[in-house]
Design a protein around this ligand. Sequence first.
Ligand code: COS
Length: 380
Amino acid sequence: MSYFLSEEQILIQNTARDFAINEVKPVTKELDEKHEFPTALVNRCAELGFLGVSIPEKWGGAGADCVSECLVIEEIAKVNGSLALIIDAHCSLGCMPLLHAGNEAQKTKYLIPAAKGEKIMSFGLTEPTAGSDAGGTKTTAVLDGDHYVINGSKCWITNIGVSKTYIITAKTDLGMKGSRGISAFILEAGTPGFTVGEPEKKMGLNSSYTGELFFNNVRVPKENLLGELNQGFKVFMQGLDEGRIAISAMAVGMAQGALDLAVAYAKERQQFGKPIASFQGTSFKLAEMQANIDLTRTYLYRVAKMRDLGMKYTTEAAILKMFSSEMCVNVIDKSLQIHGGNGYSKGFDIERFYRDAKLLMIGEGTSEVCRIVISGAVLA
Ligand code: COS
């Protein structure tokens, strides 16, 4: 398949592919079984420039484009969903709000070490009562002299514990309703009153840590307000648009990984005296999987290109996220079906893909939230 990639993009893709096959794949099963954060692999991602792939060189990144970031996430997701999610949360949700809304001093202090991979980042929006209702935040930030005092909590935050920098939202004007009166802040790990919970026990993506943040009179210097006061909602929404591209790259990569597993299995597995690939019940499934992946990947690069060209792409990002995550879950389901009883056992990689994929329809805007955004545009 040709996707009209540039020489630079193909070079980045090949580097990511070699890393994924030679270094990530061999340790993935063990990391998943032990629920272990892949520290050594994340450090290698930093060395390879993957943790700031689409951040300008001036700010410590590799200076490549959003399509290149998708290529990196895709290649890694083909073999390890957890590592792909760690990179997605750091690069798109963590770094991008800093790139777009940060001032020179904030970028120098926080974005450069993040893009170099020296400091992992997290993004904290979701709260016990504010997930899909992104404007429902109950966490507050009150100005007291040169500091904001933050109280509240967050949940389902990716990269907890390992992150050194957190971008979080808090209500700064209680008189303003809904999405108004919310601001974004940069919060450093280790700030007094800021504690991190234990990683949640999840269905899948075991090597990626997700959990709660607690703020008890956390004093954040005034200069750590990110973007304009009371305008944090837009900073977050823009970050989520970026995140929806990155998580869709993960969906395309995981779907491709599942197809590759199904093809290999179908050629090897013999029933009725011949490989199951020779039965149309199998080969037609493989054809549908290939067609769905190819069309989604084409749309993924289109939306990434729109972002690179500075176009507005909120609706397209929602279409992409909704379609790619559901496509991925369907493709993985078909792959497991082709694997039969073996696919249902822990011994085969497709079992892990099946557990990992469901999150894609939930995180960074559920399938239902994406439909709200898309239908809003259709009916406007
Ligand atoms: N980029 C920039 N600005 C945006 C935006 C975007 N993608 N989306 C909305 N805005 C702006 C709007 O333009 C509007 O600005 P004004 O007040 O100046 O008119 C403001 O934000 C409020 O927009 P809207 O009225 O659409 O907000 P709602 O609260 O109605 O949004 C949905 C509803 C459900 C679409 C929104 O809350 C959402 O996307 N929720 C999902 C959040 C999510 O993904 N959570 C998971 C986090 S896990 S990382």
